[in-house]
Design a protein around this ligand. Structure first.
Ligand SMILES: [Zn+2]
Length: 450
């Protein structure tokens, strides 16, 4: 039996947090009747989603039923969750018998601003977050300064034509040496801007401390580290383009036969795609899985990159972290099934995942659990990386722990603390990447002759 969400000891805290969330909301904003809202006409901007606190769902089965309406579940507490939903989806959730409270919109949030000048930067209080152009400039400067240990490849382009980058960090970086490889990916979901900062933190930390910090030096000497800092640049730019946040999650790929835009990249990977009610087939939904597996160009590009690291029949990447926000969780596969073990996951593999996951969580204070303990997801990158490529792949849900602490939009003042918070976890993963099974003491059984 796995511990309940966030553990029994925090149930009371979770209930209090839920209350703390609900009280001001109920006071400030009456529940909006969908019929009272003007219908979105063809001349209006597409409806933007909102976050809601949903009281009722208390089990992963109930949460999975909730997710099946196509909303994204952003936060899980003992008896409540926070979701992102359109008005139509919110209605569907109410019909499941749950109580919804609409949460305040993000700072500067606007539902329709088609004539506003396009913003070139994040809003006030967020300007230290990097736009796509700012991140690209910073990366190029780092590559120019550290050409011996950092290289940049353009591995493809997004739907709107922005470059998707893979940065390699290693001694003798221009050579493909016989070293274990580790992959860090970020920003599948547009509004999760802190994850781009996580990538930039790692690039800055590793390049600036190579030669002075013994652990970092050893890792760059003996590993090949890949960082894909921005999987969804189109969505990220769209989220800030009006000068205020849009709470956008998906990419910006049009969907044939509908005006609805975007695929949820983290439901689009080609392993058990759409298998298990862990994603939506409706193009307007937050968790739309796409028309077919890997139909999103961004997923295709990164899938091809990962396949390309299979050299001579052997996948070189042994471990991976995909960064998201928020909730402060360390998650491991599978998401498509509630089973701990079974087809594609032996007991030793599960134990290795859980042990390293708990070890890493002990360093950053996140909650470790199997992904499906929250609710079922299918087509997620960590399921694909493990199920298809046998890479020990984790999902980190970064700061904050709740909507009340900033949700998807914490101020830029948290960036240094909340990115460096994962330094130790990242180093532990790198240090175990030559034989991840070492964490359960089975190096001899699984890693001989490596
Ligand atoms: Zn995410």
């Amino acid at each position: 039996m796995r511990p309940r969400i966030r553990g029994g000891r925090t149930t009371v805290l979770a209930a209090l947090l839920s209350l703390a969330l609900a009280a001001p909301i109920a006071a400030a904003q009456a529940q909006t009747a969908p019929s009272a809202e003007p219908a979105a006409g063809p001349t209006q901007q597409a409806e933007l989603p909102h976050q809601y606190e949903v009281t009722g769902p208390a089990t992963r089965t109930e949460r999975t039923a909730l997710a099946a309406t196509g909303v994204s579940i952003d936060e899980v507490h003992a008896r409540a969750v926070v979701i992102t939903a359109t008005r139509a989806q919110a209605k569907a959730v109410r019909q499941l018998g749950h109580t919804l409270h609409k949460l305040p919109d993000p700072p500067g949030f606007t539902t329709a601003a088609p004539h506003k000048p396009r913003g070139k930067d994040f809003p006030a209080g967020y300007t230290n977050y990097h736009t796509y152009d700012e991140a690209t400039k910073e990366i190029d400067a780092l590559v120019a300064k550290h050409p011996d240990i950092l290289s940049k490849q353009v591995i493809g382009t997004s739907h709107e034509g922005r470059n998707l980058l893979a940065l390699k960090l290693s001694k003798n970086v221009t050579k493909d040496e016989q070293e274990p490889e580790v992959l860090f990916t970020a920003h599948q979901h547009a509004r999760e801007h802190l994850t781009v900062e996580m990538s930039l933190y790692l690039l800055n930390e590793f390049t600036s401390k190579y030669g002075s910090d013994s652990r970092i030096t050893k890792m760059l000497d003996s590993r090949e580290i890949w960082i894909i800092p921005d999987l969804n640049p189109d969505g990220g730019e769209y989220d800030i383009a009006s000068g205020s946040f849009r709470s956008w999650r998906k990419n910006r790929q049009p969907n044939a036969g509908t005006s609805e835009v975007g695929t949820d990249l983290n439901r689009n990977w080609d392993f058990k795609w759409g298998c298990c009610d862990g994603s939506s087939g409706e193009p307007g939904d937050e968790t739309y899985r796409g028309a077919s597996a890997a139909s999103a160009p961004e997923v295709q590009v990164v899938s091809k990159f990962v396949h390309g690291r299979n050299v001579g029949g052997k996948q070189q990447i042994t471990a991976a972290i995909d960064f998201h926000t928020y909730s402060e969780l360390v998650l491991w596969p599978f998401g498509f099934t509630n089973d701990d073990t079974g087809d594609g996951m032996t007991q030793d593999e599960h134990d290795t995942f859980a042990t390293l996951g708990k070890n890493m969580a002990a360093t950053n204070g996140y909650t470790p659990e199997q992904s499906s303990d929250l609710y079922i997801t299918d087509g997620a990158i960590d399921d694909w990386l493990w199920g298809d490529q046998k890479i020990f792949a984790y999902t980190f849900e970064m700061f904050p722990s709740s909507f009340g602490s900033g949700g998807f939009y914490p101020k830029d003042s948290v960036i240094p603390k909340e990115t460096s918070r994962n330094r130790e976890a990242v180093l532990q993963m790198l240090e175990t990447a030559d034989c991840v099974y070492r964490v359960i003491g089975k190096e001899g059984q699984y890693c001989k002759g490596r």
